[in-house]
Design a protein around this ligand. Structure first.
Ligand SMILES: Cc1cc2nc3c(=O)[nH]c(=O)nc-3n(C[C@H](O)[C@H](O)[C@H](O)COP(=O)(O)OP(=O)(O)OC[C@H]3O[C@@H](n4cnc5c(N)ncnc54)[C@H](O)[C@@H]3O)c2cc1C
Length: 493
């Protein structure tokens, strides 16, 4: 074993970023990735000149990206060619009304007043609250580690209970700002990014719609995978070694130490410390000896999943904006079906992404690249869900919704389809229950209550990524990488 060496299991965003910080501090870092390339959930594939971002499609919370690229010794805007997406989303409601969310406040005023008189003043007050939640939340919860109970249960954190409204329900809290259910949906659907229903999410999450309007939603030329390419380049520049098609079968442990890993090809590799970027509940269940913790984790709440359709289309649909969201009238029932019944709602809200509107090179000339995403429940324990049938039903809903905005001939123009169901998410990235955002972000699974980034028994085994602190999302995975690397440097390297 090389002294000062670390093995990272998984080349997701968190693993790449943690590896870069460690290597910049002089640590010998090897990343083992089961797939043929880096990125994990932030994945990409191409077919016949159509380029698809298979996971994330929205670059949100740009201030976090800026800070994390700076922490890696570079500048976000030097590494990526960014454009602001404004309007961010085009929302389409069941009654045919539409709302384009934009930072142009005059346009927001005109649109919102047509929905409900006085609602624009409500939006301004809601933004004020979102501003507080964003800045206090980033400083006190996201950008810091909770290594011990006293880091969280400190007197100085008491004001957070009032400042961040953690005990108020996000959807209900909106009644203080407007009454129209379409507006309440427009400023809470972002909770799905956390795998949460707005009917149970803490009101703290107003920070998301606030940041989208105030800081913008962005798009890097070449698509979201350009972020991974930039991060891998930084990692390699710092000396991180990547090994692809290298699946870890188990972590070798002894007493209170992790000694190394055993790969599926039989090789054994040793290191002074291990950092697991593979999703945390999977690591406990599949890579470590059984000690009861895996069972406890699997009983925790998991985020929902999605069915994604990737279509190469032989004509363009210029009338389709980059990010269109169809929000269902039965908004509350949607979440009940997904989160409690683990199924597909009868009339699901769904999202369609047309990346070629932002970067024409994402599709061959005169053609289109389309992605339809339908949120669904995660896989159930009993495995009774018929994912092929659910997928076909979900596809029908995307076509039905597109017809309501005048796109009636899509089915005839699809050259090919690739689709991912929860089974695909599980198989490709080892995500337990096919849950796209890992452990859910409800109050009892956040901050100090989220699984810690160091194993309680094996003191040189650390965790990074969506199911540990701070949680899901690309910029948050970057924060997680920095925090985990810092902890390792403080404690053992
Ligand atoms: C459909 C979808 C849409 C999303 N949309 C957005 C969005 O718009 N904006 C946003 O910011 N975020 C979005 N996210 C969330 C974001 O993609 C993730 O939170 C983030 O990429 C997770 O990074 P991570 O560090 O947890 O690593 P992961 O992506 O989980 O990567 C872990 C890596 O470990 C590898 N691995 C697993 N097991 C092993 C093993 N045994 N041996 C070796 N390697 C292994 C996996 O193959 C994977 O590459 C989305 C996610 C999904 C799935």
């Amino acid at each position: 074993m090389k002294p000062g060496s670390v093995i990272i299991i998984g080349a997701g965003v968190g693993g790449i970023v943690a590896g870069t910080h460690l290597a910049r501090a002089g640590v010998d870092v090897t990343v083992l990735e089961k797939n043929s390339h880096a990125g994990g959930r932030c994945d990409r594939f191409s077919r016949d000149g159509h380029h698809f971002d298979a996971g994330p499609t929205l670059m949100v919370m740009p201030l976090l990206y800026e800070a994390e690229f700076a922490a890696l010794g570079t500048s976000l805007r030097e590494k990526l060619d960014l454009q602001r997406v404004d309007p961010t989303y085009h929302l389409v409601f069941d009654d045919g009304s539409r709302l384009a969310l934009t930072s142009d406040m005059k346009s927001m005023q005109e649109q919102m007043e047509a929905f409900e008189q006085g609602s624009f003043r409500g939006l301004l007050r809601y933004m004020e609250e979102g501003h507080r939640h964003y800045h206090v939340g980033m400083e006190k919860l996201v950008n810091r580690d909770f290594r011990k109970a006293s880091d969280f249960f400190a007197l100085s954190n008491l004001p957070l209970a009032f400042q961040l409204k953690p005990f108020a329900n996000h959807y209900r809290n909106l009644s203080a700002y407007f009454d129209d259910p379409r507006l309440k949906a427009a400023f809470t659907f972002q909770d799905v990014y956390m795998g949460l229903s707005p009917f149970e999410a803490p009101a703290t999450f107003s920070l998301m719609p606030y940041s989208e309007l105030a800081h913008g939603v962005w798009y890097p030329r070449g698509g979201m995978y350009s972020i991974v390419e930039a991060l891998v380049e930084l990692a390699q520049g710092a000396g991180v070694a990547f090994e692809f098609d290298a699946s870890v079968e188990r972590i070798d442990v002894n007493g209170s130490q992790a000694r190394g890993v055993v790969l599926s090809d039989g090789r054994r590799l040793q290191a002074e410390a291990i950092l697991a970027n593979a999703d945390l509940p999977y690591v406990y269940r599949d890579l470590l000896p059984e000690d009861g913790e895996a069972g406890r984790l699997s009983r925790k709440r998991f985020s929902c999943s999605v069915i994604s359709f990737f279509w190469g289309v032989d004509k363009t649909y210029p009338q389709l904006p980059p990010h269109t969201l169809f929000l269902a009238e039965d908004y509350r029932d949607n979440f009940t079906s997904i989160i409690h019944d683990l199924g597909l709602p009868a009339n699901p809200s769904l999202y369609v992404h047309a990346p070629a509107r932002l970067d024409p090179s994402m599709a061959p000339e005169g053609q289109d690249t389309l992605i339809g995403i339908v949120p669904v429940g995660h896989m159930s324990e009993n495995g009774e869900q018929d994912w092929a049938a659910i997928r076909d039903e979900a596809r029908g809903h995307v076509f039905r919704r597109l017809r309501t905005i005048g796109i009636t001939d899509l089915e005839e123009h699809i050259k090919f389809e690739v689709n991912y169901t929860p089974l695909s998410w599980k198989k490709r990235y080892n995500l337990m229950k096919g849950s796209t955002h890992g452990l859910c972000h409800n109050l009892t699974q956040l901050a100090y209550f989220r699984p810690r980034n160091r194993h309680s028994r094996y003191h040189n085994l650390y965790f990074v990524g969506a199911s540990t602190h701070p949680g899901t999302g690309i910029p948050t995975a970057m924060v997680s990488g920095r925090l985990a690397a810092q902890r390792m440097l403080d404690e053992i390297m």
